[in-house]
Every structure is written in C-alpha cells, then in structure tokens.
Design a protein around this ligand. Structure first.
Ligand code: GLN
Length: 534
C-alpha cells in the first residue's frame, strides 16, 4: 500500500437517520481488523460551534473526548467500535468552520480579498478533513458528512468532497448511503429514491463509487443490477444494508457484502486475507446467548429520548456480555418518583443508575430513589449529577443537614455540599466554567474502586461545573462515606463509595464514554456483577 493516507467519504441520501455513523464505524472496524490504522470524522452542517450547548432533545447525547471536545454522539460509536480515542479533530461543525474563517478574516489573513464560500469555506473544510491524515497516525480517514444530500446547509461539504476527488485522485472514494424502501401495497422494493438521490449528487459533481442501501428486505440481483445501471456504479458496489438486531451485527453484515473489499479495490489496494474478527464474534455470541438476565433502573429526566443516554446503555451491553447476562434497562422518569411511590417502583430492580444531567427538574425524585437504594442495599451507580444527588441525599438523611443541596439547584442553600469552585464564580460565559475532558484521579488503597480498576491512577472524562464541596469532607468521612478517588492536582473528590453496602459508588466523571466492545468499562462490569449477585 502506498504511504498516502486514503480518504473515504460517506454521504447520505433520501432521508436522515439511515445510520451513516454505524456504517462508517463498521467499515472502519473491518479495515482495522485487516491490520490498517483508521479514524473516523464527522462533519456536522449545523451552525452551533459544537453540540455542547444543544439540548439532548435536539441531538441526543453530547459525547466528550479525552481532549475535552463536546461532540456528536456518533463519535461514541466510533470509539466503541474501534477502541481508539477520538479528539476535537474528529468532529467539525459549520459553526466552527465559519468561526475560524471569520477569525482569520479579522486578522487580515486573506489580504483584502472578498471572503467567500468557495474557496474560503471549502478550503477550511478540506483542511479539516486532511488534518487527521497529516498526523501520520492513520492509513485511512473516513469522513462522514452529516445531513442528507440536497440540504442547503450541507452544500459546501459536498463541494469540498468534489474538489478533493480531483486533488486526491486515487487516494479517495465516495460511499453513498441510501434507502431502498419497501412498498407494502405492491410488495416491492423501490429504487427510485436512490436514483434521484444519486442524480442530485451528480448535479453537484460527485459520482459515488459505492452505494450502501438500507433496506428491510434482501436486495436481489435484479435490483442490484438496476441500481448499478442507473447510478453508474459496478453491480458488486451495490451493498445491501439490511436492518440488524443490534448495531454490533453491522460489521459482520458489511463483511458478508464485501464492503471492505470493494473499498480497498477502489483505492487500488490488493486484498489479501480476511478481516480478523474473532473477539468481535465472541462478544456478539455472548450478547445473543446470555445465560442470565438482570433488571437495572436508569433514572433520568430525558428517558423518553433514549439517545440522550446512548453511552450508558451501550456500556450496559458491553458489561452484560462480560457477565454473560442480558441487561434489561427499565427507564424511569425522575419527575415521576416520590418518597411515597419509590419503594413500589424500585423494589424489583437489581440495580439503579442515576444519570448525569443539568438543572433542577426531577432532582427530588432522584434523591428519593437514592435514599431507597442506600437503605435497601440495592446496587447503585451515580454518574456526575447522579453522584452529586447521592452526596445531597447523604447530607440530608445521614448528616442531618436538612437544607443540603447543590448550589446549581438552590443558590441560597445553607449547606452547599455541591458547589462551584471559588475561581469559577466570576465566569459567566456559557461553557467557560465547564470541567471538560480527561483528568487524573488517584484511587485510595483498600477501597472498592481500587480493587475494581486495579490501578493507583486512572484518567476519566468530565463534563460538569459543580464539585463536591471539600469544606464538608470531614463530616462525610466521619459518617462513614469513603472518598475513594481524588484528583491529585486540585484535591477534588471524584469518587465516593459506601462500605457495608453491596455496591454504592458515585463518580463525578463519565465512565460510560470510555466503555468499548473490546474494553468494557470496569465500573459498569462490577456494577452489573453486583446486581447479578443480589
Ligand atoms: N449539573 C451538574 C454540574 O454541572 C452535573 C453535570 C452532569 O451530570 N454532566 O456539575
């Protein structure tokens, strides 16, 4: 293989939500399993600079990388599939592109020229695409273009792909993901939407090399031939992407369809061997044939929108597979929980996870749930806001600080057990005060978490403003709470646990972001094990 980085572009047609992220991640997995180094990048056509300020109702979970980038949830899939960390460079939005072009304009870098979409915006896009290749770390860069071909806002991206096809010549290829719908009235799969979508791409000057067709039913030879004929692609380059029972099945479906082989051929690479997917298959096999089942309550305020907790539910899948168990998640809306109904709602659960979040809504329901699981020895994992709620609950019900709260929820509380750090109080810019990305955390010897991680120092990702208030440290520890994970630089409490409870752990960071198929997160694995033991 030549030393040039190969670029693979993935565009989408007909409709959104076809699963470009999963197809990109699956192709990446196949290439990685052939021994290549691969990364995946997502270009989002919206004008927000990053998804950090987006409400989860708009765009699902905000995924955080080691370097503290707030990114699209597809990056979570990339990491879960590839087991390789992503970074800010892996997620670019139109807002960020314009922001940097405008900054350059203000600095006079365009030497008095009129700044335009072509070439200035498209140059910026192209630079961002090539940036990952230039690191020298990757033989393949897969770039997923968000949105659907034909959207006004994705035009500059498609134009950048058109230009790159000329510049990169044989070092790039374009995959178009499209829908082949089934019409129940005639009992037929229809190719017309795909023909139209490809025609639109051609209008913009981009000929796709491969079509990946999402479908509910198998696509037969005739349909493949027809699509090939109308869309100027080889019949073998028409790939069926049939609905799968789990996203983790998709790499195997794509392998069967030879997506990786076709892409490699298009890029002029001789194909030897098969992808080595033994570990992946072992994981899938355990996932499909679990010997046990365990019911876990997930308490949050966005439970009607399951994408808001994507990384958590995926981490449950990874941890379930290790424990040979199917994790059945019971979604519980925190606003629906009260002191009165909590016992009825939670008594049959084997474990409870209280989710991250912002703002006051549903807080009292979370606190009531935590009191119940603490007193009834039900395994508990509190993440970020979930950890903070457990601190508040302990302060109120064990320390007797009845008014205890986080200053986020009650600025006037007389016992701010969760508070802003002094140096954050003067910053008003949204996002300016967030602790984002990976921070070190020292684990106390002899604690449960030290045993779980089996390491003295860990690095986990954060996304929050408020912290455990160290003024209360003594009161908590004297009452039996163990502060088992401490940030070595700032002395912040990152983890606490309650001994004499089968599993009661609160973490200020987000372990779910780092759970992958190959590396299920130890905290989730132990939490599920504790739930199974109950
Ligand atoms: N709202 C809390 C804070 O800002 C927790 C954030 C979270 O759960 N991600 O500190």
């Amino acid at each position: 293989m030549s030393t040039n980085t190969k670029y693979i572009f993935v565009t989408g047609g007909v409709t959104s939500s076809l699963g470009k992220g999963i197809v990109s991640a699956s192709l990446a997995k196949l290439l990685q399993s052939r021994g290549y180094t691969v990364t995946i990048q997502k270009l989002d056509p919206y004008i927000n600079v990053d998804p950090g300020t987006l409400n989860p109702y708009e765009h699902g979970e905000c995924y955080v990388t080691d370097d503290g980038a707030e990114t699209d949830l597809d990056l979570g899939h990339y990491e879960r599939f590839l087991n390789v960390p992503t970074s800010q460079a892996n997620n670019i939005t139109t807002g960020r592109i314009y922001q940097s072009v405008i900054e350059k304009e203000r600095k006079g870098e365009f030497l008095g020229k009129t700044v335009q979409v072509i070439p200035h915006i498209t140059d910026e896009i192209k630079n961002r695409i090539k940036l990952l290749g230039k690191t020298g770390q990757f033989q393949f860069v897969i770039t997923e273009i968000g949105g659907t071909v034909g959207d006004i806002e994705s035009l500059p991206y498609i134009e950048a792909v058109r230009q790159l096809k000329w510049e990169l010549e044989h070092d790039c290829t374009v995959i178009h993901l499209t829908l082949v719908p089934f019409l129940s009235t005639t009992g037929e799969l229809k190719t017309k939407p795909t023909q139209h979508s490809v025609k639109l791409l051609l209008e913009y000057g981009v000929q796709p090399d491969v079509l990946v067709c999402r479908t509910e039913y198998p696509i037969n030879k005739d349909i493949r031939k027809k699509l090939a004929l109308f869309c100027n692609v080889a019949a073998e380059a028409v790939i069926e992407a049939i609905d799968a029972s789990t996203i983790y099945e998709v790499p195997l479906l794509m392998e069967k369809e030879k997506l990786d082989v076709i892409v490699l051929k298009k890029l002029g690479i001789t194909v030897t061997d098969e992808p080595k997917l033994d570990n992946w298959k072992t994981f899938l096999n355990r996932f499909h044939n679990p010997h046990k089942e365990v019911r876990i309550g997930l308490i949050g305020k966005y439970v009607e929108l399951k994408d808001s907790y994507k990384s958590i539910t995926e981490a449950f899948i990874h941890a379930g597979s290790v424990n040979d168990a199917k994790v059945v998640v019971e979604w519980i809306h925190s606003e629906s929980l009260t002191e009165e109904n909590v016992s009825e709602r939670l008594k049959d659960l084997k474990g409870v996870l209280v989710a991250p979040g912002f703002g006051n809504r549903g807080i009292e329901g979370k606190i009531a749930a935590i009191k119940f699981v603490r007193e009834h020895n039900i395994p508990f994992l509190g993440i970020c806001l979930g950890m903070q709620c457990a601190v508040i609950e302990f302060a109120r019900n064990v320390l007797g600080l009845k008014d205890a709260h986080s200053r986020e929820m009650n600025p006037a509380t007389s016992s701010p057990v969760i508070d802003l750090l002094e140096n954050q109080k003067s910053i008003s810019h949204m996002g300016g005060t967030m602790r984002l990305g990976a921070y070190g955390c020292e684990l106390e010897e002899g604690t449960l978490v030290r045993e779980i991680y089996n390491l003295p120092l860990i690095f986990e990702r954060h996304r929050h403003r408020y912290e455990f208030n160290n003024d209360y440290k003594r009161q908590f520890t004297e009452a039996g709470m163990v502060l088992s994970g401490i940030n070595p630089d700032a002395g912040l409490v990152e983890i606490f646990e309650l001994p004499h409870h089968p599993f009661f752990v609160g973490v200020q960071f987000h372990p779910e972001y780092k759970s992958t198929v190959e590396n299920p997160h130890p905290l989730f694995v132990s939490f599920i094990k504790a739930a199974l033991d109950k």
